[in-house]
Design a protein around this ligand. Structure first.
Ligand SMILES: Nc1ncnc2c1ncn2[C@@H]1O[C@H](COP(=O)(O)OP(=O)(O)OP(=O)(O)O)[C@@H](O)[C@H]1O
Length: 313
């Protein structure tokens, strides 16, 4: 859906992005991670032409982005950033309605969409609808920024550290919400983050950048199991790779069915193996029963199977 071919961008003679070739597939959740100053934000901003590239080519839906009028691009691509850029003299509702208003939606449709998004992002409409940005906490402003980006149901969502100022609980629930939206509606999402665990939790397609270049890209599992260089290995923390791999798998992948249910507090099929490992340690057991979403016992989980799954070469 979005293709980079040998794209280069320099600021004041210094390359920020060098010879980057990438393909962001339709419906995929792509995540850019990397060291500070490695060119992630610049890469993102070149997609909706907030920054122009110097050489190479970027295509959106088969056409060079330079052939799409900037206004059209911005309507088709939602954009959410950490330092959120809400309009200070507009209420929360007006901010969220920015693009729907540009698209001439009816007042009624805009109102119901704003309510729906406030609820989605856990902001009580009765409290927040009429507030102004300066009356919100940083995390609430960020959520309004995400709501604004989602408002007109864009084909592509570009997000630059959108959850940066959130506490871990809100951050995790918003991550789940974005994943749900992406899976349910097949949205193409490209997200920049510093947070390795966030990147691993969200990405179908992970792009690791360093010094303006793509160092490795692929499924998270591939980057963890087959790091292309010592830099990649070090980036994911050599000693944490096994634990991080466990975060990519669910209990349901390893259930041993047909065994007599073990003693112990059950784990659920949807739990990550990383969380299941904590349950083994907390309960000082090597086998735990597994329950499905309806709470029925479906088999056992063995600690040795979990450990095996987290073994890296
Ligand atoms: N508008 C600009 N003017 C001059 N230099 C810039 C500009 N934007 C980015 N740069 C430089 O380009 C390089 C890449 O910056 P970019 O913001 O893309 O990196 P990043 O990977 O997103 O960094 P971070 O994770 O720290 O946000 C950096 O060296 C930065 O200083």
């Amino acid at each position: 859906m979005i293709e980079f071919e040998h794209v280069t961008k320099a600021f004041h003679g210094k390359a920020a992005v060098s010879d980057v070739s990438l393909n962001f597939a339709e419906g995929a959740f792509s995540v850019l991670v990397g060291t500070s100053g490695s060119g992630k934000s610049t890469t993102l901003k070149m997609i909706n032409r907030m920054v122009d590239f110097d050489s190479g080519m970027i295509r959106f839906a088969g056409e060079p982005v330079t052939r799409h009028p900037v206004t059209t691009l911005r309507r088709r691509m939602g954009y959410a950033i950490q330092s959120i850029g809400l309009f200070p003299h507009w209420t929360v509702a007006e901010n969220i309605a920015t693009v729907p208003r540009l698209l001439n939606w009816s007042g009624k449709k805009i109102h119901s969409r704003v309510i729906e998004l406030l609820e989605l992002l856990n902001l009580d409409p009765a409290v927040f609808y009429q507030r102004y940005p300066h009356q919100l906490s940083g995390g609430q402003q960020q959520r309004v920024g995400v709501a604004r980006a989602l408002a007109a149901d864009p084909e592509v969502l570009l997000m630059d550290e959108p959850f940066g100022a959130l506490d871990p609980v809100t951050r995790s629930s918003l991550q789940q919400e974005i994943l749900r939206v992406q899976r349910a509606q097949g949205r193409t999402i490209i997200l920049v983050t510093h947070d390795i665990d966030e990147a691993l939790a969200l990405a179908d397609h992970l792009v690791l950048m360093d010094n303006g270049k793509v160092v490795q890209q692929g499924a998270p599992d591939t980057l963890l199991r087959q790091p292309a260089s010592d830099f990649v290995r070090g980036f994911f923390g050599d000693s944490d790779r096994g634990i991080r791999l466990l975060g990519l798998y669910r209990v349901k992948n390893l259930v041993r069915q047909g065994e007599a249910p073990s003693d112990g507090q059950p784990v659920t099929v949807a739990l990550s193996l990383r969380e299941a490992l904590s349950a083994f340690i907390q309960q000082a057991r090597s086998v735990l029963p597994v329950v499905n979403d309806a709470g029925e016992v479906v088999g056992n989980l063995h600690l040795q199977d979990v450990i095996h799954q987290g073994v890296t070469p």
